[in-house]
Design a protein around this ligand. Structure first.
Ligand code: IPE
Ligand code: IPE
Ligand code: MG
Length: 240
């Protein structure tokens, strides 16, 4: 029998939660049913990730481009933060999960803004896995607002252009307190980034699987980690 391989555990895993609609359609159900199951799966996979030793899990739940969907679907997706808070708060407390949100706040309803602020505040002191929920998130928007904040400092003569460094740009991103992404997983068969964490993925390993997000299990996460273990991360250097 082949000895079991020792698995390398990445510190930061990012997942694009894709395939909810197609998963539901295959079952003759409305797309919203897929979104419902998709939300439930965030909890399952977060707890699985914590068990495996992953420190940070970023999930892409709603993009700046997703506003272009039919109003009824967008309206439904905007009810998910509330459902998320109601359904998961007690388990997240039990398992010491810290929740944070990355994304634009300006288009959000007052109610959703409050829910996000409350979850962030209530879980801020926890020491378990960090669940970073990217909601109304777009990488181009994130980098643009970082540049705007830096330009404002220059306008106030608090900074000169030569002081702009990658670290400074990073310190104005939503993810400023997180390590870079080691492994990016996209379920559902699509092989693109769709404006997700472009800066943070600079040296991430990319893993694509045809499994739809609502069906993505701990086993699938383990498969991704196995693939990650077999990657040779060189960061531009040469391995001797
Ligand atoms: C991902 O599933 C969830 C969101 C983008 C909000 P989709 O809704 O994109 O599902 P598919 O890709 O159409 O199957
Ligand atoms: C990416 O999925 C965004 C989220 C999962 C939140 P989409 O389904 O919106 O991406 P595209 O349109 O297929 O690239
Ligand atoms: Mg999709």
């Amino acid at each position: 029998m082949k000895p079991k391989q020792v698995i390398t555990i990445p510190a930061h895993v990012a997942i694009i939660l894709d395939g909810n609609g197609r998963w539901a359609k295959r079952r003759g159900m409305p797309r919203t049913f897929g979104h419902q199951r998709g939300v439930e799966n965030i909890k399952t996979v977060t707890l699985a990730a914590q068990e495996l030793g992953i420190k940070v899990l970023s999930v892409y739940a709603f993009s700046t481009e997703n506003w272009n969907r039919p109003k009824a679907e967008v309206d439904y997706l905007m009810t998910l933060p509330k459902e998320f808070e109601e359904k998961f708060s007690s388990d997240f407390e039990k398992y010491n999960v810290k929740v944070m949100f990355s994304g634009r706040k300006t288009k959000m309803s007052e109610e959703n803004r409050e829910i996000m602020e409350r979850m962030t505040r209530d879980t801020a002191m926890r020491t378990g896995i960090i669940l970073n929920i990217c909601f109304d998130y777009g990488s181009k928007e994130e980098i643009t607002q970082s540049v705007q904040q830096i330009a404002a400092l220059i306008e106030k003569s608090e900074l000169t252009s030569s002081e702009i460094t990658p670290e400074l740009i990073e310190s104005h991103l939503y993810t400023k307190d997180l390590p870079p992404v080691d492994l990016m997983i996209r379920p559902s068969g699509e092989q693109r980034l769709s404006n997700f964490l472009l800066w943070q993925l600079a040296y991430a390993e990319l893993y694509f699987t045809p499994v739809f997000w609502p069906a993505f299990s701990k086993k699938d996460l383990e498969k991704a980690l196995e693939a990650f273990t077999n990657r040779d991360r060189r960061y531009g250097a040469i391995k001797g």
